[in-house]
Design a protein around this ligand. Structure first.
Ligand SMILES: Nc1ncnc2c1ncn2[C@@H]1O[C@H](COP(=O)(O)OP(=O)(O)OP(=O)(O)O)[C@@H](O)[C@H]1O
Ligand SMILES: CC(C)(CO)[C@@H](O)C(=O)[O-]
Ligand code: BAL
Length: 299
């Protein structure tokens, strides 16, 4: 073979929990720090950014690829969720992953499996209200993956803001000794957050989908100029989202960044959370609002 052809970096792809544990224990015995990036595959630059960030602070980076049936509702896109396994492994390796863990469904949920992790309040609002059972599925699989990988650090994207809140709360409530690192949202040139589901959009829907970013960045600018009323900010967000013909707002809220409870006024660290349909494709996005100390003091 010609020397000029660059070979893709080969990394182990492990399917069984027992093999993963053995492999990682050897590395842990050599005092290597382990970073963990859980994904559902169909990797894009958002995922690759998580892997690159993980690689900077950890000796070993484990990427899991598992389309978790527990977090999909009965009418959701589990069956059509994009699957691009071979290219996922190649891209993970190129971004700095050391191991891909890709369990089968029976490996993850053997016959008789019946335990789940449930966040009673935070798991039931916003995304949890629109997707009943979703966060129970996410929390359960993340808890299982944490026990399988036993990482020092785990990396999640800010794009899924409520997922971050749920995993932070679960980790605190259950005393999980894993450092959680949250990586800022990676966006397309027009501001659309990268998501595996963007590929479902028709060309016109894709063109209009930049409206989420426009609405969020408009609200962030208004907040910077002193508007702290959630009603005012949300009214303007809804107007902007409604200005494109194909959008259908699922929800827009301004919530406390830790509890995800709705706020009337942005007087503490807050998150604007949005879910918008384009046809049957549901996109989510969010923006963090941080009041200056003086505003927080006045609250
Ligand atoms: N644009 C992005 N920027 C940063 N992180 C991201 C981005 N998109 C996804 N992630 C993160 O990658 C991890 C795996 O996410 P997942 O596999 O569900 O990808 P996704 O593109 O968000 O897919 P989906 O279409 O299901 O929302 C999560 O921690 C998620 O927050
Ligand atoms: C964290 C996760 C991998 C659990 O299935 C999933 O919810 C995701 O990809 O964000
Ligand atoms: N990115 C979160 C996974 C999901 O939408 O199911």
């Amino acid at each position: 073979m010609s020397e000029s052809i660059v070979q893709p970096t080969e990394i182990p792809v492990i399917e069984s929990v027992a093999e993963l544990r053995q492999h990682l224990q050897r590395l842990r015995n050599q005092n290597r720090t382990i970073g963990f990036v859980p994904t559902m595959g169909a990797l894009h630059d958002g995922h690759l950014q998580l892997i690159k960030v993980a690689r900077k602070s950890c000796d070993v980076v484990v990427v899991s690829i598992f389309v978790n049936p527990l977090q999909f509702g009965p009418n959701e896109d589990l069956n059509r969720y994009p699957r691009t396994f071979a290219s996922d492994v190649e891209q993970s390796a190129a971004a700095g992953a050391s191991i891909v863990f890709a369990p089968t469904v029976p490996e993850m949920y053997p016959d008789g499996f019946e335990t789940s992790v449930n966040l009673h309040r935070m798991g039931a609002i916003l995304e949890g209200a629109s997707r009943p059972g979703h966060f129970q599925g996410v929390a359960t699989v993340v808890m299982k993956l944490f026990w399988m990988v036993l990482p020092d650090r785990a990396f999640f994207g800010q794009k899924d803001a409520q997922q971050v809140g749920v995993i932070q709360r679960m980790s605190r409530d259950m005393n999980i000794p894993i450092e959680l690192i949250i990586v800022p949202t990676v966006r397309e040139a027009d501001g659309l957050a990268l998501s595996s589901r963007n590929r479902y959009l028709s060309p016109t829907e894709r063109q209009q989908a930049g409206i989420l970013y426009q609405a969020l960045s408009h609200a962030a600018e208004r907040f910077q100029t002193g508007v702290t009323s959630a009603d005012v900010l949300l009214y303007e967000i809804r107007e902007i989202i409604g200005s494109v013909t194909l959008s259908r707002l699922d929800y827009a809220e301004i919530v406390d960044s830790q509890t995800f409870e709705p706020l009337e006024r942005v007087d503490r660290p807050a998150t604007i959370v949005l879910a918008v349909f384009f046809g049957s494709t549901r996109l989510i996005d969010n923006w963090l609002l941080t009041p200056s100390n003086s505003e927080a003091d006045r609250a």
